[in-house]
Design a protein around this ligand. Sequence first.
Ligand code: AMP
Length: 474
Amino acid sequence: MTLSPAAPTAPALPRTAFASLPLSPETLENLRQLAYLDMTPIQAAALPPALAGQDLIAQAQTGSGKTAAFALALLARLNPRWFAVQALVLCPTRELADQVSAEIRRLARAQDNIKVVTLCGGVPLRGQRATLENGAHIVVGTPGRVMDHLARATLTLEGLNTLVLDEADRMLDMGFLDDIRTVVKQAPAQRQTLLFSATYPDGIAALAQQFMRAPQRISVEATAEQVTIEQAFVEITPPQRLDAVATLLRHFRPASTLAFCNTKQQCKDLEAFLQAQGFSALALHGELEQRERDQVLAQFANGSCSVLVATDVASRGLDIAQLEAVINVHITPDPEVHVHRVGRTGRAGASGRAISLATLNDMGRVGAIEVYQKFSSVWLPLNSLTPASDQPLLPPMRTLLMLGGRKEKIRPGDVLGALTNEEGGAAFTREQIGKIQVTDFCTFIAVARELAASACAKLNAGRVKGRAVKVRVL
Ligand code: AMP
């Protein structure tokens, strides 16, 4: 388009304004309400071609705003009046699938009744089948479970417009390639495919070759807000290991720590040890039931637990914005895994700290990490680490567990209302209440630690959405 000099011209919109995109006024208003003021770099690069229907390979990390980059594109093409699965997002883990579904729901608020269904393993197929029968516009799930539904014909992809492969590199690492192939075979050839990946290994190029049409490649330079991660090693003898973790926590007093062990048993041992020492620590490992896993993650994410002890597999897809420290309780034999672990702290412009405990037997592993990272390690003597305070390190919040969730149409505002009203005793202020996370069947409510018992009593005595509720402190 050319403008004649006489034409009245509106001031040009910055390239990062959402209003520069072909989005509906309702969507733009919703973005404003969500306080998404400007596009993030990945959104500015991906959204124009994605909205134009291009296939894309986008290199982006969690935290970059990548979910909105594909979600806005798939929502723009969606017809809410047509009850068919029009978009499918494949994710490596249930945690990521839950986060993606939540973000899509937030962004879809502007449109009529868009149904987003999450399909992951670990829960009975039957309930998911019933949900699918009620009609779904968007499915977010892990490849294995999506494949199961396709095999049972409880899900069909005939109406699919948009296929998203999120964290494709992780899906390949986790051995999902064959499952992805099986799923993609059932999708119409005429579709848009958007692939997001933090790294671009050969496997991704091969995947793109098979499944995509003339994809455009996008990668965004790390922003100026480079994160700083202070990395150090501490030499220990094997019997000092558990004590050394407690020493590190007392010395640095991080508000949130992810402590990595190599095995389930090591996780359990450390969890028990730290709890006995008065720390608020919880372990995340493969033996937990889904329900227990959800409880652990909710408590860590909302500031009710200071130390999460996990294996690499259990921590996959975990997205915790404010992780102050990573402790490698056991050094991993794989330098690449080490870098992944360390990179979990210092997200989103904040600084972070990563400390690794190493015995003499671990020195070969440390050497491999130095070579891989191209720097020599900083060592802190164990006896230089002294407690920074005589107060115990406690998290600021506690979690209340309320029975009833999305299935009962509970929203965070309903719980907030029940806590901040004047009925039946003192009202709480918004500032005393933290994250309110509604899941399918229950709701996790973070409240200031010292108020947990009184907030629990107020909810049990009052009503949420007009109904009496059962709440307990976790
Ligand atoms: P993601 O990388 O998709 O996990 O997004 C990271 C976080 O950034 C999420 O909490 C989003 O809600 C948020 N976010 C995404 N896009 C924007 C934006 N343009 N402005 C502000 N926040 C955003």
